[in-house]
Design a protein around this ligand. Structure first.
Ligand code: TXA
Ligand code: MG
Length: 352
């Protein structure tokens, strides 16, 4: 792709400057690409109804074109415009969780091209809860298809500088809204099956969805790596969120985990390797060697989620040879944290 000049528009106290927002909106309407912040991670946006815009998104990310995009909307009427029918569950979930970090899979109509859905007859839809995203959707008047704004295979971006690192010269504009609040991608729930199925865990947990929907299942393909059926969301099949160095998770009772990680680290370091360690506030002072980063407190899983991708990118920057990480309990948001960590590790986990 020929290099283009990527402009960065930075939000002030009152959001993005009016004129700059108008420029970004015009670029989207004309089929260009604009990265923007959402409450989960930064998205790489293009007009969801324009097949050329979707093609450009795949090209800019280096993403396989069978991996569908999420359509971002600003009001419920837009959902009604693009789906074959609106199931009762969609209204209930929108009422309770939108705008917010929840994506629904529904049957699409002809308004959304197959280029946007990776050839599927279903479409992923989300109403983001971030003032810059909302203002941008409103100003453009478009529904905006947006995957996470990283190069395919790299950790999702939680700051505009991450987007710049990955996509500079490949997209028209980055709207810089500062650091995001949640830090892991939205929960995806599939409403096209008999029972709602979570295809990707996130900040909205299974428990929260069950409270309003009754029975909700977890896609077996994402829970059990040996499941016969692959994950239903194409994006959950790839090794993803991956740091450059090999990542290994270590699981077990806290003291044993710390001493095991110290043992592995010592061995590699003595053979001249650079080792990264993902620790917590509670344990960070107990690793005498290696490049130790605290991902947050064990008492605050939202903080752990918010820091996760940034920590993985940090180790890329430091160019470490191997990373060891502590593990986390899988209740609540922990489910999403462990899902992302396990994927980043290519499922390499040692139990001590
Ligand atoms: O929080 C988020 O969801 C962020 C922000 C930018 O909104 N977006 C995001 O998009 O994470 P992306 O493209 O990185 O992940 C979308 C996931 C992929 O795993 C994709 O396979 C899945 O959603 N997906 C999209 N449409 C689908 C569909 N029709 N059926 C099944 N899975 C779908
Ligand atoms: Mg992504």
């Amino acid at each position: 792709m020929s290099a283009m000049k990527t402009r960065v528009f930075t939000a002030g106290k009152n959001g993005i400057d009016e004129q700059e927002m108008a420029v970004a909106a015009e670029i989207i309407r004309a089929g260009g690409l604009v990265a923007f912040p959402t409450e989960t991670v930064y998205g790489l946006g293009g007009d969801a109804t324009n097949p050329d815009a979707s093609r450009k998104i795949y090209e800019a990310k280096g993403r396989p074109s069978d991996n569908p995009l999420i359509v971002h909307i600003e009001n419920f009427g837009q959902l009604e415009e693009i789906v074959a029918e609106v199931p009762k569950e969609a209204r209930v979930l929108a009422e309770k969780f939108w705008p917010g970090p929840l994506t629904m899979i529904l049957n699409k109509n002809e308004k959304i091209p197959y280029e946007t859905t990776g050839g599927l007859d279903t479409v992923a839809i989300r109403m983001p809860n971030h003032p810059v995203a909302q203002a941008f959707l409103k100003e453009s008047g478009c529904m905006i298809a947006a995957p996470s704004a990283n190069t395919s295979g790299r950790p999702s971006p939680t700051r505009a500088s991450h987007v710049w690192e990955d996509l500079q010269g490949r997209i028209d504009v980055i709207l810089d809204g500062g650091e995001v609040g949640i830090g892991i991608e939205s929960t995806i729930v599939d409403l096209t099956e008999e029972v709602p199925v979570i295809l990707r865990p996130g900040f909205i947990t299974l428990e929260m969805l069950s409270e309003v929907l009754g029975t909700v299942k977890m896609d077996p393909g994402i829970v059990d790596e040996n499941s016969k059926k692959p994950p239903k969301a194409p994006g959950m099949r790839y090794r993803h969120y991956a740091p450059k160095a090999e990542l290994t998770l270590v699981e077990g009772q806290e003291n044993q985990v710390v001493s095991a990680i110290n043992g592995y680290a010592e061995k590699l370091i003595s053979s001249g390797k650079k080792v990264g360690i993902i620790a917590t506030e509670e344990t960070k002072d107990r690793y005498p060697e290696g490049m130790v980063v605290s991902i947050g407190s064990r008492n605050d899983e939202a903080q752990v989620a918010r820091h996760l991708y940034q920590v993985l990118r940090q180790f890329d920057e430091w160019d470490v040879d191997a990373i060891y990480s502590e593990s986390f309990p899988t209740a609540g948001v922990g489910q999403a944290i462990m899902n992302r960590l396990l994927k980043a590790a290519g499922h390499k986990k040692i139990t001590v």
